[in-house]
Write a protein that binds this ligand. Structure first.
Ligand code: PLP
Length: 361
């Protein structure tokens, strides 16, 4: 059986270092906001080419606190891609703001910059971009639209750790970048974890206060805050994994190149521009008979996933929240996409086997 993902196998190469890192935190007797969190924040900011990093509890919180810190008026609208993972939209809704969906480009699966301006109204305050599947959005175009209209930009980097666009790192374009270290992400912890990066010292300060009860000095609360802290154990584990992030990304890129070079063209493969350094959090193909294809692969002992089976507009939770918008491009992607195995632990022969089976479909 070739599994889609196996977290034990994925993390096995790091077990020894994880054990040492855990022992260090255990012995330190300091478990919340200590040296490991500070060290991870410093190293991850440097990795992302950002001035500051604030560790938080998870990726959704990273998005939610970034929006919260912008202190937007109640009727503010936030532009977001119509095919994103629900978390991006939830962060907008949780802040009492209005998500305005913009369709993706059918080739990149990222928000279509040519469709952003028509969605801007006097209430629009933020563009939330999502670097989906590990590929950075066309940030040059998006940043110039944002500048022209005086909008803030938040990047959802949950799937794009280490990805680059025109040699610039994902997370280094917008005002805030939200990162998730959910165990399956390219940089994954052994539990929930997240971070916000920014190069603006004042914006950094605001989220730092928000994550810790709205408090700078213990027991003195300046704003209505949250408890959303990255804990010492996860920070210590992430420090181990961060050293190998480039290696993990390189491995996934190598596996992706096998799919791209060897899969027959009946499968629609991801289109990656020359100047886009894709880290392939997900390698998806599209096929009109997606469900039959998934079934066929399973019969041949290959497990796959669908990211995502239901579009945000069709989610029950969004029934009274998102205006009855028609998002045909997003629907097309949700109906035809299939994610193939591409974990750090998969070998080249594993991927060649998947290709061999697929090409016989
Ligand atoms: C995983 C993910 C999130 C949420 O991260 P959590 O750490 O699970 O809260 C947000 N956005 C995208 C695009 C994701 O893939």
């Amino acid at each position: 059986m070739i599994e889609y993902e196996n977290l034990h196998n994925l993390n096995k190469p790091f077990f020894k270092e994880f054990e040492e890192a855990f022992k260090e935190v255990l012995q330190s007797g300091w478990y919340i906001l200590g040296n490991k969190v500070a060290e991870f924040e410093e190293k991850y900011a440097a990795y992302c080419d950002s001035k500051h990093c604030v560790g938080v509890a998870n990726g959704l919180d990273a998005l939610t606190l970034s929006l919260k810190a912008l202190d937007l008026p109640k009727n503010a609208e936030v532009i977001v891609p119509s095919n994103t993972y629900i978390a991006t939209i939830l962060s907008i809704v949780q802040n009492g703001l209005k998500p305005v969906l913009v369709e993706p480009n059918i080739q990149t699966y990222n928000i279509d910059p040519t469709k952003i301006e028509e969605a801007i109204t006097p209430n629009t305050k933020v563009i939330m971009v999502v670097h989906l599947y590990g590929k950075v959005c066309e940030m040059d175009k998006i940043m110039s639209i944002a500048t022209k209209h005086g909008l803030k930009v938040i990047e959802d980097c949950a799937q794009s750790h280490g990805a680059k666009f025109k040699n610039k790192l994902s997370g280094s374009f917008g005002h805030y970048a939200a990162h998730s270290f959910y165990p399956t992400k390219n940089l994954g912890a052994l539990g929930d974890a997240g971070a916000i990066t920014t190069s603006d010292a004042e914006l950094m300060e605001r989220v730092k206060v928000l994550r810790n009860y709205g408090s700078k000095v213990k027991y003195y609360n300046e704003v209505v805050g949250y408890n959303s802290r990255l804990d010492e154990v996860q920070a210590a584990l992430l420090l181990v994994k961060l050293k190998y992030l480039d290696k993990i990304n390189e491995h996934k890129r190598k596996l992706a190149s096998i799919y791209t070079n060897e899969l027959k063209s009946v499968f629609i493969k991801p289109q990656v521009a020359q100047d886009n350094f894709d880290v392939y959090h997900i390698y998806n193909i599209r096929h009109p008979k997606r469900d039959a294809l998934k079934e066929y692969l399973l019969k041949n002992n290959i497990k796959t996933e669908i990211h995502y089976p239901v579009s945000p507009v069709k989610q029950l939770a969004m029934k009274n929240i998102i205006d009855k918008q028609v998002t045909p491009i997003s629907e097309e992607i949700h109906n035809t996409t299939l994610s193939l195995p591409i974990s750090f632990y998969h070998t080249e022969p594993d991927i060649k086997k998947v290709v061999e089976v697929l090409n016989k479909f």
